[in-house]
Ligand binder design. Sequence first.
Ligand SMILES: Nc1ncnc2c1ncn2[C@@H]1O[C@H](COP(=O)(O)OP(=O)(O)OP(=O)(O)O)[C@@H](O)[C@H]1O
Length: 228
Amino acid sequence: MSRDDGVLLRAEGVALRYGTLPALHGVDVAVAAGTVTAVTGPSGSGKSSLLHCLAGVLRPTGGRVLFEGRDLAALSDRELSAVRARSFGFVFQFGDLVPELTLAENVALPLVLAGQRGRRARGPVLELLARLGIDHLADRRPALVSGGQAQRAAVARALVHRPAVLFADEPTGALDRAAGRLVLAELLALSAERGTAVVLVTHDETVAAAAGRRLDLVDGRLSAGAAR
Ligand SMILES: Nc1ncnc2c1ncn2[C@@H]1O[C@H](COP(=O)(O)OP(=O)(O)OP(=O)(O)O)[C@@H](O)[C@H]1O
């Protein structure tokens, strides 16, 4: 564990450049277990970049990111992949389900990657699909379900291995407002039940207001007053 009580993930002075273009400038963030953090800010302000740095998808060009006290940049590729597979879940705007696999097979992927046999994974997968009201679609491929149903499957896939942190980048951005609110409420309820911390990029003011904490980015910096 980190030296700070309950802090799972910590960004210290995180900076990121794409070539010569600076996207983040010295961002400090601490994410405690079981909390919900909304990352907001105008288009191009660095929200996705910050999420990707926190999740170990992008390596910061300055500062560091610690998960359970370990600097992600100091891990080998194999160790980093193992941390991400075991401890992190991801939901993106367009679900990114594998089109050739059924919903159940998609949701089982994190368990199969962790070494579980497909058949053993089916129990927890179906349970989660039932919680999200889509167990009757378990054996359908993503192309044959609605956008909201596919996004529910993406939420199930992100939580099935009970990760410590769920990273969600505009997870309901492709849905209409009402459907989006519903899926998001389900995502937050399931995460809370499982004690999973959520870091959520959103443009939706209502969603941001409902999160326990809000980080507002402006030009790659946390705006003054943003709670860390
Ligand atoms: N792969 C990339 N290569 C070069 N520049 C990039 C890349 N990804 C993002 N950027 C730039 O970095 C800055 C921050 O982008 P980022 O996607 O993090 O912003 P954002 O706040 O998530 O935006 P949006 O709300 O539009 O998704 C922007 O100026 C963007 O153009």
